[in-house]
Structures are given as C-alpha cells and as structure tokens.
Design a binder for this molecule. Structure first.
Ligand code: SUD
Ligand code: ADP
Length: 296
C-alpha cells in the first residue's frame, strides 16, 4: 500500500470540485467488535460499532447504451467477475431490468483484506451511483438488501451513517461516536475474514450488552487475540502504536488503528513510525463522504 499524503482525503477532493460521474468509496473502522454467537448456518452474530473514514477509493462511472459492465483497471489475482463492483452492477442490472451498462474506473487506494471494508464500500458505492445514473429508483433499504447478498458489510456503506450493528451487521442503530483522528496501519499481510471466523480459538460467546453499556466500557475487538497469535507483523505494529495511544484491530484485520483527539497529535506520532510501517492518517466521519456528496 502506498502512504498517501493528506490532500487525498475524500472531503478535500470533493471541496476542490467533483465531476458528476465520480463517486467516493470510503473506508470504515469497527470501533469495537464482539462476537456473541455462531448461528446454525455458520455465520457469527456480532455487536459492532461502525464509523467511516474520510479516506478511500474513487469510482468514475460512465453509462453506456449496451448492457456490458466494463471495469478498469485489472486488479492482479482478482477476476473481474469476482470483483464486488462488477457483481454489484450485475445484481442491480438483473433486479431492475435496466438495459444500459457502464464503464467503471476504480482508483484503488485502500488495502485489500485489511478489515477497513474497501471491497464492501466499492460495492455500496456502485449500487448507489448506478441506481442514480441508471434511474432505477431503488430505495436505500432495497439497495441495502441487495448489498447484503454481496457481503455482510455492504449494508453499512449503503446506509451511510455511523451505526451500532447487530446480527451479521444488518440490524443497524444510528450512533454518533466522537469523530477522532486515526492512524491506520496496514501490516504487510492480507487476512481472509473466513479464516479468522473458522479459528477454533476465536471467542464466540461474549454476552450481548445494550448499546448504552457498550459505549461506556473499554472498546475491544474479539478477533484481536487470534489475529495477533497468527500474525506477528500485526502484533509488532499494534505494540508500537500502543506506546502512544489506544490502539485496536479493525474487523478481522489486518489493519490496526490508534485514536487521537487532534490531527496534529496523530501526525506527530505518524512521522515517528519505523520506515517499514505503512499506513495513513484520517479523520472519522459519522456521515459517509459518499452520502455527504450526494446530499449536498
Ligand atoms: C466481521 C467483519 C466486520 O466488519 O469483518 P471485516 O471483513 O470487516 O474484517 C465483517 O462483517 C465481515 O464482512 P464481510 O467481509 O463482508 O464478510 P463476508 O464476505 O460476508 O463473509 C466471509 C466469511 O466470513 C465468515 N463470517 C462473516 C461474517 C460473520 N458475521 N460471520 C462469519 O462467520 C463466513 O465464513 C463467511 O463466509
Ligand atoms: N473491489 C474490490 N476491492 C477490494 N476487494 C475486493 C473487491 N472485489 C472483491 N474483493 C475481494 O474481497 C476481499 C475483501 O476485501 P476488503 O473489503 O477490501 O477487505 P475486508 O473485508 O478485510 O475489509 C478481497 O481480499 C478481495 O478478494
């Protein structure tokens, strides 16, 4: 992953003037994540607090009169048919019966398999943008239901507001955590969500608590111990950041984030990082930059 300078925050780019066919696709953090149960279908029930970051990818979309979905650039080791952007576009095409297609260009900034939801966010941005450009008229709830077929985290990005999520992530309650500044670091490993959920040592029975209680207790992530046991690269970065600020894993990793009350405090620590640590500084956002853009 490239370390990107702060002029690339989504809101700064939008403020500079944004073409009508260019849509942001922000990252998310799981500010806490608890696993309450394993369902008979193998999925795990969670309680998690999602917040967006003012940082992410961009999708540029041109509608075409033929039904193809043409996606560029090619991402190594990811077949176009498996790309969540392609799958989201095809799903909306199929459910709406629209005869048009699209050329979609992805400017990928977010690391993949990092627990910051890049793929899910790309899928949600595709659904929302094409629903607008194709004039297919689906409600946000209908797009969220479609999104859930693509991945458990797509609905939060369609929803576009920071939220406490339960179930596999589809039951959402709006929430307004402090919009802190974060250092997000991506260890040089990619972690498959399915692998962490399959680990026999994963805690799976954290008692469910009401949101008011969770917000007052120390925020934790039930996946963290298992991830640290498997990936010393994650532990190295987490321990370094913990010297300066509260730091946790997001999602099932591999990214970790440290929280700060100001941009300058975050940047001061970021500047001291060892050369081989990769990451970025970004502000939390309780409204997704995509929704900020579309509602302006
Ligand atoms: C747990 C979270 C928290 O944000 O992790 P991250 O992916 O962000 O790290 C997500 O909800 C993940 O969502 P997503 O990455 O879309 O997962 P999916 O593709 O739906 O699931 C991948 C696999 O992980 C397992 N899985 C996923 C979610 C869940 N609540 N229980 C599970 O057991 C299942 O084996 C599933 O086949
Ligand atoms: N457009 C996309 N961007 C990123 N990953 C994608 C995309 N489409 C499919 N994927 C697949 O989804 C996996 C998870 O991606 P991502 O959402 O970025 O990570 P995470 O779920 O850990 O936050 C990737 O490893 C990749 O195989």
């Amino acid at each position: 992953m490239k370390t990107v300078s702060f002029s690339t925050t989504l809101s700064q780019q939008i403020a500079k003037g944004n073409p009508k066919n260019r849509f942001p696709s922000p990252a998310k953090l799981n500010l806490f994540l608890y696993i309450n149960n394993k369902r008979p279908d193998g999925y795990h029930e969670l309680q998690t607090l999602f917040q967006f970051l003012d940082y992410g990818d961009w999708l540029t979309i041109d509608v075409i009169d033929t039904p193809e979905i043409i996606l560029t650039p090619f991402i190594p080791n990811l077949a176009v048919e498996d790309n969540l952007i392609y799958r989201a576009a095809k799903l909306l095409q199929q459910k709406s019966g629209v005869k048009k297609g699209a050329k979609i260009h992805l400017d990928k900034i977010l690391p993949m398999g990092g627990g910051i939801g890049g793929g899910s966010s790309n899928a949600a941005t595709t659904l929302i943008a094409l629903n607008k450009l194709w004039q297919t008229g689906f409600s946000l709830q209908a797009l969220s239901d479609l999104g859930l077929q693509l991945g458990a985290d797509v609905p939060i990005f369609v929803h576009g507001k920071a939220a406490f999520a339960e179930g596999v992530g589809e039951k959402m309650t709006d929430c307004y955590p402090k919009e802190k500044w974060y250092i997000v670091m991506k260890p040089d490993v990619s972690i498959a969500t399915a692998k962490i959920f399959a680990d026999p040592h994963l805690p799976r029975n954290t008692p469910k608590r009401v949101l008011s209680q969770l917000l007052t207790e120390k925020y934790e992530n039930d996946c963290e111990k298992v991830v640290l046991n498997h990936y010393p690269e994650v532990e190295e970065i987490l321990l370094w950041l913990l010297q300066y600020a509260p730091t946790r894993l997001t999602g099932t990793g591999a990214c970790v984030f440290a929280e700060f009350d100001s941009e300058s405090a975050a940047r001061t620590v970021f500047q001291m990082k060892p050369e081989h640590f990769e990451g970025f500084v970004a502000k939390g956002a309780n409204i997704s930059p995509l929704h900020q853009l579309l509602n302006d």
